[in-house]
Design a protein around this ligand. Structure first.
Ligand code: ADP
Ligand code: MG
Length: 503
């Protein structure tokens, strides 16, 4: 039987995350659960598919697209999944069909097809039957997947499945990763026959290391089907090692690696301090190297900066090519966002992408997360795809509370900008720079808020509406004639737009 608790937890989490605001109510979901065929063990297995999906996509993607998928029936080798909207169905079909097929294949084996059941939103009547539309899934990639994943159990045990979404085609090259990408492509083209043994890619989190090394793996699997590619990370390697040690299977474990042509170990820094694992990895490295096998490693630090790892191993890391990836510049970030949008067939105004690119500086993973939130906000929450939505999202990342623009905010901003105390801005002083700050504040308040001239006047030392009107005319004239005032105006407008929500 489907795990109702799990489903409801996910649903709550989903709501809290703000990804979805319109879906069936809790009670309606329960009603659905009551209709489930509780005796069908195949339905329960759906949670294993979800587990698989959660391992191969980012938490954000998982939450947005998979966590609310519900398996409602299983018969004639067909699983029926309930999705919250038509849009969900289309998006899943277009973007995640391949991954879903792979998940089904892993869990159920061959020949399972998907049916989607879409619940029509915003229907007023309570007849659930009338609110459901059934749609078939394309499932076209299942057969191809079978061929790709046929590996010996021995190799499967030491490897993690490569994520098909990581390819060279969807990796955007910029100054930050050019060298790493060229080296990766060279290795993918002639694994084991370049001088890059090993290829060692390092850099901070979220900058594309895993993407690049998995792209190498995917490319080799596609172009050299006879080569055995193992992708693992040092944490899995460590755990596998410990398990084999405690279960007396160490020799079998180490022997499995003798069959490997391409060994990719992600995040090697986690080996730090694990002396025994390092010792065995050292021997493994030597064996593979001597046999001209390709080794590819990633790390968050350069080899020389790794701590608590045997010096002999570190010196071997430097035998091949060591190359770093760093944070992308704004142009590359925009290119990455554009690429992701075009891959997803969604068009987002340039200024929105630019805003995201300029304001998310941490990593490409965060950049991607922001884009997914943007798309989710637009498609699921029906928000307008504009700079305000971008701001809301960026502020969420930067842990600010987005605030609507206000007279107070403008007054503070302008007085800060001109370095004139607020009391002076509000006073009757006619000194030119004070008058300019006052007039500019009123002008911007008129521009950005819905306040009447009267209310604006009241907010600036109880002036009447004609003073406000006069201020607006004065600034308008300046904008046509005075470059300095125009530059001030533009700076202030940018700042206000960046830091507030504007209706
Ligand atoms: P790392 O392994 O360095 O922590 P990842 O490879 O996991 O980073 O990258 C984080 C996310 O950013 C992934 O979804 C990846 O596809 C994406 N990404 C990183 N660099 C690029 C790039 N140059 N082009 C497109 N996507 C990228
Ligand atoms: Mg990584």
């Amino acid at each position: 039987m489907i795990n109702t608790d799990l489903f409801n937890n996910i649903l709550t989490q989903h709501k809290e995350e703000g990804f979805i605001t319109s879906e069936l109510s809790y009670e309606e979901n329960l009603k659905y659960d009551n209709t489930l065929d509780s005796s069908n063990p195949n339905l329960a297995k759906w949670s294993e598919c979800l587990k698989y999906l959660s391992d191969v996509v980012s938490p954000q993607v998982y939450k947005t697209w998979f966590s609310s998928l519900k398996a409602i029936s299983f018969s004639d080798n067909t699983i029926t999944l309930q999705v919250p909207s038509q849009f969900y169905y289309e998006w899943l079909e277009e973007h995640y069909n391949h991954l879903m097929s792979q998940a089904l294949l892993k869990v159920y084996g061959d020949n399972i097809s998907i049916m989607y059941q879409v619940v029509i939103e915003k229907a007023n009547d309570n007849n659930l039957e009338d609110r459901v539309v059934k749609l078939p899934a394309t499932n076209k990639q299942v057969v191809q997947t079978v061929a790709q994943t046929k590996q010996t159990a021995e190799i499967e045990a030491i490897s993690t499945t490569l994520n098909p979404k990581y390819t060279f085609e969807n990796f955007v090259v910029g100054d930050n990763n050019q060298l790493a990408c060229s080296a990766a492509k060279a290795v993918a083209k002639s694994p084991g026959s370049t001088n890059f043994k090993p290829l060692f890619i390092y850099g901070n989190a979220g900058l594309g290391k895993t993407h690049l090394v998995q792209a190498i793996g995917n490319s080799i699997q596609a172009n050299f089907p006879d080569k055995v590619v193992v992708y693992t990370n040092s944490d899995k390697f460590y755990k596998d090692f410990v398990i084999s040690l405690t279960s007396g299977n160490l020799v079998t474990f180490l022997n499995s690696f003798q069959k490997v042509d391409v060994l990719i170990v992600d995040d090697i820094q986690f080996l730090s301090g694990k002396t025994k694992t390092i010792e065995h990895f050292f021997h493994l490295f030597n064996d593979l190297h001597q046999n001209n096998k390709q080794i590819i490693l990633t790390s968050d630090k350069a080899p020389q900066d790794l701590v608590n790892i045997d010096e002999r191993l570190i010196s071997r890391f430097k035998w091949g090519l060591t190359v770093d990836v760093h944070a992308p510049d704004v142009e590359t970030k925009i290119a990455i966002l554009k690429k992701k949008c075009s891959d997803d067939g969604i068009e987002i105004p340039f200024d929105v992408l630019e805003y995201i690119a300029e304001n998310i500086n941490t990593s490409i993973r965060e950049l991607e997360g922001a884009l997914i939130r943007l798309i989710a906000g637009y498609t699921l929450d029906r928000k307008e795809l504009n700079i305000n939505l971008a701001k809301e999202i960026v502020m969420g990342y930067n842990k600010f509370e987005p605030k609507p623009v206000s007279l107070e905010f403008i007054k503070i901003t302008v007085s800060d900008y001109y370095k004139i105390p607020i009391e002076l801005v509000e006073s009757n002083t006619r000194k030119q720079e004070v008058a300019l700050a006052r007039q500019m504040s009123m002008y911007l308040t008129k521009k950005f808020t819905k306040l009447s001239l009267k209310n604006i006047g009241a907010g600036f030392g109880n002036r009447d509406h004609s003073t406000v009107l006069h201020s607006c005319t004065t600034i308008n004239n300046y904008l046509d004639t005075d470059r300095k005032v125009k530059a001030d105006y533009e700076n202030l407008v940018n700042y206000i737009k960046k830091n507030t929500i504007i209706d």
